[in-house]
Design a protein around this ligand. Structure first.
Ligand SMILES: Cc1cc2nc3c(=O)[nH]c(=O)nc-3n(C[C@H](O)[C@H](O)[C@H](O)COP(=O)(O)O)c2cc1C
Length: 300
């Protein structure tokens, strides 16, 4: 079940998606054998309290969230979580966030070399913050500048998480590839809104939120596929994966690995079930590894 994401070999093709697995401290309670790796909740340099509640709304086949990147800040992450990660048998990537390229660079420099930190997932795609977030993910020059700033501060793997809120994801994908990204993660949530008819107001205090879950899967498969067609570096598919078949769609569409997010809230065994289902699918078809799956990836 192992896969190569650039120079890094993961023991399996499934990672836990950022923000849906906390800092992984509950992992000992779950079936960790199925985890190829995990991505931490997004972190900023300094502690943040996030947005006021309500922060989560259930929607058809999905949910809207506006957590606003609540977090303890980088020093607490290094003190409280990284030592635990260093003892685990799968790599932990840190989802990094900033309001400027310089902040992303400072965060990377602070985390580089800390035992337990296996690499970085640059979040240039959070819809739930006033500063940064989507701004970097929408503009190829800003996306490349952030990637370049991080790349210069570390030799660990650098992944860039793309937003679906663009007219051509291939343009952003190519820009961050040229700036030195080792892999792309596609995609983060879509911006959505839900109205409470009792009060004629949005249900989320932030007004809008990020839509995730099975509702976004066909959109996500398409965008991950478009990103994979645009670049030579690996693409990690994300968006609405709840079953092995869902994950296999992303792999056949050109992804090297996948992340599972919202499904874990519904079913804590989701990652294990996706893992075992992929293994069964490969076995039934005489394929010896996920890399042997036929890919549908026509190049323009
Ligand atoms: C409650 C919640 C918090 C999230 N927090 C983050 C985050 O901190 N950083 C990030 O890059 N993505 C974050 N995401 C986005 C997920 O990692 C993922 O890209 C998205 O939810 C789509 O995948 P899914 O449909 O499997 O959940 C969050 C998603 C949810 C539902």
């Amino acid at each position: 079940m192992s896969v190569d994401v650039g120079a890094l070999t993961l023991r399996g093709p499934i990672l836990a998606a950022s923000g849906t697995f906390g800092y992984g401290t509950e992992v000992p309670l779950l079936e960790r054998r199925a985890l190829g790796g995990m991505v931490s909740k997004g972190i900023f340099l300094r502690p943040r309290s996030g947005t006021p509640p309500p922060r989560i709304v259930e929607t058809p086949s999905g949910m809207l969230n506006a957590i606003g990147l609540q977090g303890p800040g980088v020093e607490a992450l290094i003190r409280d979580y990284a030592p635990k990660w260093a003892e685990w048998d799968f790599p932990v990537f840190v989802n990094i966030n900033g309001e400027s390229a310089a902040e992303y660079a400072e965060l990377t420099a602070r985390l580089d070399g800390v035992p337990g930190v296996a690499g970085f997932e640059i979040n240039i795609s959070c819809p739930n913050v006033e500063q940064g977030g989507l701004y970097f993910g929408n503009d190829p020059r800003a996306a490349a500048a952030v990637t370049d700033a991080v790349r210069k501060r570390t030799r660990l793997p650098v992944w860039v998480k793309l937003t679906p809120m663009v007219s051509d994801i291939g343009v952003i994908a190519r820009a961050v590839e040229a700036a030195g990204a080792d892999a792309l993660c596609a995609i983060n949530t879509f911006v959505g809104m839900s109205i409470d008819l009792n009060v004629y107001q949005p249900r989320l205090s932030f007004r809008t939120g990020g839509l995730s879950g099975p509702a976004i899967r066909p959109l996500a498969v398409h965008l991950a596929h478009q990103a994979a067609r645009a670049v030579r570096i690996p693409v990690i598919g994300i968006g609405g994966i709840a079953t092995a078949e869902d994950a296999l769609e992303f792999l056949v569409a050109g992804c090297t690995a996948v992340q599972v997010g919202t499904a874990t809230f519904v079913n804590p065994r989701a990652i294990a079930e996706v893992h075992d289902g992929i293994a069964a699918f490969l076995g039934a078809r005489g394929l010896s590894s996920p890399a042997d799956l036929p890919r549908y990836l026509p190049r323009d």
